[in-house]
Design a protein around this ligand. Structure first.
Ligand code: ADP
Ligand code: ZN
Ligand code: ZN
Length: 747
């Protein structure tokens, strides 16, 4: 979904009602210079605090909205943002305290940033202060005023060659010294798409095959946007931190190091502060980042790109559960910037929102869909090879034809990729004598067997212990792993390919990339470099390796065990599986000249027990539109998103009774109060989560559904006070926490 036109609070209303440009004068009608001014300050009060969002402080001088200040809060001094509007009156007997310091070395955050924060807080049912403060770099919060002042005085270290000379003069991209690489000639499809983007307001959904040259389109759009007006800025988002270095390289090559900064959680806090300040001051013209970058202060924002827009990591899964993609759409509209969503397998929400007009649907969707079906260099998309596992010997991990194909490619010097979305050696250890299983003592989940460090680890709560020598249940020494993870694939494959030689006579090399092998700083970069250098013949990994990487010599990609997702209860599972497999297959045969010179062809292999499944047919045809049409039909029939709008309320407690009891009471309170919007909202009964207990906390949730986003928002806004009220009742004091998830991705 994207914030829709039917949202009850369009930007104009925000400005008029909740965010007046000037804080109303409090106290006297004409505040004189000598009298201290009262200002509203957004601070991060503890979650669900009774104090409200905006607190009152006095200041010797009037402070413009958006000014960063340090204010006393309880015993501490915290960062705050001067806000528009009137603070709630302080409780009886509490004196207004004064602002402790003004961070006047940093320009106030502008109205666009404040509106974005206010919208996100309202839409996702969080406090304004929480969103505002979380959107700022940690060092702004953590450093004292003096430390920060010292930081700001310190001249920025040159970011790269030539950067120092230009540190204070944002260079026009065209005269960046590094901009010496000649531009490549655009394909006809790229030209067509750029023309459309140039002549339409958007939002755009760029539906382009893997390897169709979407990134080049982004680069050109950024260039156009930056040249259109002095100081213009562009924001480019990618789903994963590990995709940023590659993107950064392409952008700095084109625009020079001085105008490009990154923003993601893999950076150190000083780096983040530096990037943030560069974007805020306008010195950085281009910000590359992950979902958090959607909140970057960019006063001159002219373009937002959301690459791989379907990716689930754009949705924050803890705290404020915002969707960076959806906020990007909202932000672009509010700030009059263009916005491009790009994907080879768009989310069904974006696909539906970009449907062309038809006689039955003369309006069509709100986005403009742009299509780039061809791979650059006329490279073909990989051919699908399906192995029917029903005809393979029981317990086969690598079928004979797949092994033969791997061997052939290694002998020709080509590379292969094996995908399995499960890390560790085996998902569970089992005792055949007493039926003991390696259950996590704290969660309703198994502990995963990791052979490399002989540990059992719970992937939900992190609880780890050494692998027992004998069965903890009956003492039998015969405990065995059931099922397989990436560690086991790597081990088995190394054994199976032990006699296979590369063209240079060296033995085949198998390597693994997943969250376990890449924990150390720089480990992933080092491993990817090995793949790029050709040191690795077969790369085994999780979805981490499926996304985005431009491996030139991979000609075969195999998913050895994709079936789990085919019969998941999650209605989004087919969509996710299809996207993952298309992404993965997109890693094969990216260099058409190489494939041709090798006399090879690129292939995507699937080992499945369900070769007749509709997803397999759609993958064979590379037919995302057919797959999407079929899925959307189903969703429409079942009144599911994007044809309905959802929210979840989660409750955590020591017991299911307490968790569900809270949800039931809150639901009852809503019905009793006949809250606005209720007539359009269905409240389902509370249920336990699929993984019901994590870290000894029982989890329950309640689904809300509506055919109107506006009605759902109206209802949620009215309900919030009742949820707080219910929470405060003694009957629910054992509740650990509750939260609302608007537009949840996982139900
Ligand atoms: P996508 O993002 O759609 O997967 P990329 O933008 O990464 O595709 O492009 C795939 C490859 O094709 C890259 O190596 C890129 O440099 C190259 N490329 C893109 N556009 C062109 C073009 N017009 N001519 C030649 N090569 C191109
Ligand atoms: Zn046993
Ligand atoms: Zn656990």
């Amino acid at each position: 979904m994207a914030p829709p036109p039917d949202h009850p609070n369009p930007p104009a209303a925000v400005q008029a009602s909740t965010l007046p440009q000037r804080a109303p004068a409090t106290g006297s009608a004409q505040p004189s210079q000598s009298q201290p001014a009262t200002v509203a300050v957004a601070v991060h009060t503890p979650a669900h605090s009774a104090l409200g969002d905006l607190l009152s402080y006095t200041s010797a001088q009037p402070l413009a909205p958006g000014t960063l200040v340090r204010v006393p809060l309880g015993q501490r001094e915290v960062l705050g943002v001067v806000w528009d509007g009137t603070p709630a009156p302080l409780p009886e007997g509490m004196a207004t305290r004064s602002v402790a310091a003004v961070l006047d070395g940093i320009a106030p955050l502008d109205i666009h940033w404040r509106r974005l924060v206010a919208f996100a807080a309202r839409y996702y049912q969080r406090s304004l202060g929480e969103i505002a403060l979380a959107a700022l770099p940690p060092q702004l919060r953590d450093l004292s005023h003096e430390q920060l002042a010292r930081r700001l005085r310190r001249p920025a270290k040159p970011a790269g060659k030539g950067a120092a000379a230009r540190a204070n003069t944002a260079p026009a991209p065209a005269d960046a010294a590094e901009n010496a690489t000649p531009l490549i000639a655009l394909s006809a499809e790229q030209q067509g798409v750029l023309a459309q983007i140039g002549s339409n307001p958007g939002p755009f959904l760029l539906f382009g095959s893997t390897g169709s040259g979407k990134t080049e389109v982004y680069l050109r759009c950024v260039q156009t946007a930056l040249e259109a007006r002095p100081g213009a800025q562009a924001l480019v988002m990618v789903p994963e931190i590990n995709l940023t270095p590659q993107l950064e390289a392409r952008f700095t090559e084109r625009f020079g190091t001085a105008s490009v900064v990154s923003l993601h959680s893999g950076m150190t806090n000083p780096q983040r502060l530096k990037s943030w300040l560069a974007a805020h001051s306008g010195q950085a013209r281009i910000v590359l980042g992950t979902r958090m970058a959607v909140f970057a202060s960019m006063p001159q924002l002219a373009l937002i790109v959301v690459d791989e827009e379907h990716d689930a990591s754009y949705k924050q899964q803890e705290g404020a559960r915002y969707s960076a993609r959806d906020l990007a759409i909202w932000r672009a509209r509010e700030q009059h910037a263009k916005v491009i969503l790009g994907s080879a397998t768009p989310s069904l929400e974006s696909w539906h929102a970009s449907r062309p007009a038809t006689p039955e649907d003369p309006q069509g969707g709100r986005y403009l869909r742009l299509h780039m079906p061809s791979r650059i260099g006329a490279g073909k998309l990989p051919v699908l090879r399906v192995v029917n596992m029903n005809h393979q010997p029981r317990r086969t991990v690598f079928s004979a034809p797949l092994l033969a194909a791997l061997q052939e490619r290694i002998e020709r010097g080509e590379q292969c990729m094996i995908l399995l979305n499960r890390r560790g050696y085996a998902p569970v250890l089992h005792c055949a004598d007493c039926d003991w299983k390696s259950d996590c003592p704290h969660c309703s989940a198994h502990q995963v067997f990791h052979k490399t460090d002989r540990s059992l680890r719970c992937h939900h709560c992190g609880f780890a212990q050494r692998v027992p020598r004998a069965c903890p249940g009956c003492g039998s020494p015969d405990i065995t792993p059931i099922g397989r993870g990436t560690e086991q694939l790597e081990e088995q494959l190394s054994a199976l390919l032990a006699d296979v030689r590369r063209p240079d006579g060296a033995p085949a090399r198998v390597a693994r990339i997943d969250a376990d092998t890449t924990r150390a700083q720089g480990a992933l970069e080092a491993q990817l470099a090995q793949v790029h250098a050709g040191d690795i013949d077969v790369l085994v990994g999780t979805q981490m390796i499926a996304k985005g990487h431009d491996f030139r010599r991979i000609t075969l990609v195999a998913a050895v065990q994709p079936d789990g997702a085919l019969f998941s209860s999650d209605f989004r599972a087919p969509e996710r599986l299809f996207a993952l497999l298309m992404q993965a297959s997109g890693r094969a045969g990216r260099d058409a000249d190489y494939v041709a010179a090798q006399g090879s062809r690129s292939e995507m292999w699937l080992q499945t027990f369900h070769p007749e499944h509709a997803i397999v047919a759609a993958l064979r045809q590379h037919d995302y539109p057919a797959f999407a049409a079929q899925q959307l039909d189903e969703r429409q029939g079942a009144a599911m998103p994007p044809f309905a709008f959802q929210a979840l309320v989660r409750a955590d407690a020591r017991t299911q009774e307490v968790a569900q009891g809270f949800l039931r009471a809150a639901s009852q309170a809503a019905t009793d109060a006949a809250l606005p919007g209720l007539e359009h909202v269905t409240l389902y009964p509370p249920v336990p989560l699929t993984i019901q207990r994590v870290a000894n906390v029982e989890r329950a949730q309640m689904l809300l559904e509506s055919d109107s986003r506006a009605a759902l928002q109206r209802f949620l806004a009215a309900w919030q006070a009742l949820l707080h009220h219910t929470r405060a009742q003694s009957a629910h004091k054992a509740l650990v926490r509750w939260l609302v998830d608007v537009d949840p991705l996982v139900i």
